[in-house]
Ligand binder design. Structure first.
Ligand SMILES: [Zn+2]
Length: 133
């Protein structure tokens, strides 16, 4: 069931709302960025994210093919979400579930987790080893 969660960066300069259905799953990946930031994410449509304050604190980071924009707070460095676009999906956001302030541990534990082998550019398949992600 879709629910509206409220999120923020660490210093709370950036605040947002995100409509997401955790039954649709969350995602962890072994690519160079997700591995270093331990980024646990949930994908949502473009119109399911609303930045409610502090958008001027958001700054951007891109690397590689530059298909994903990683947004982080310029004060505290925490990344609340990233934005991507593919021909199939259109514009989407990857929400950092760790930044959702009213998401309970139980809700997170009950959400299915998909694993992606981003390290080898095989986003559609699970990597051989996932225990460290
Ligand atoms: Zn911050």
């Amino acid at each position: 069931m879709k629910k509206t969660y409220h999120g923020s960066c660490h210093c709370s300069s950036v605040r947002f709302e995100a409509d997401l259905d955790l039954d649709q799953g969350t995602s962890k990946c072994n690519c160079s960025f997700c591995a270093k930031t331990r980024f646990w994410k949930a994908f949502i449509d473009e119109n399911a994210l609303r930045v409610t304050s502090g958008s001027n604190y958001l700054t951007e980071y891109q690397f590689g093919s530059r298909t994903i924009v990683h947004f982080f707070c310029r004060t505290c460095g925490v990344k609340p979400f990233g934005r991507g676009e593919t021909p199939d999906l259109g514009v989407f956001y990857a929400i950092n579930v760790a930044c959702l302030d009213d998401l309970t541990p139980d809700e997170l534990l009950n959400a299915p987790v998909d694993y992606q082998d981003g390290k080898h550019d095989h986003w559609e398949r699970q990597p051989a080893e996932i225990r460290h992600l």
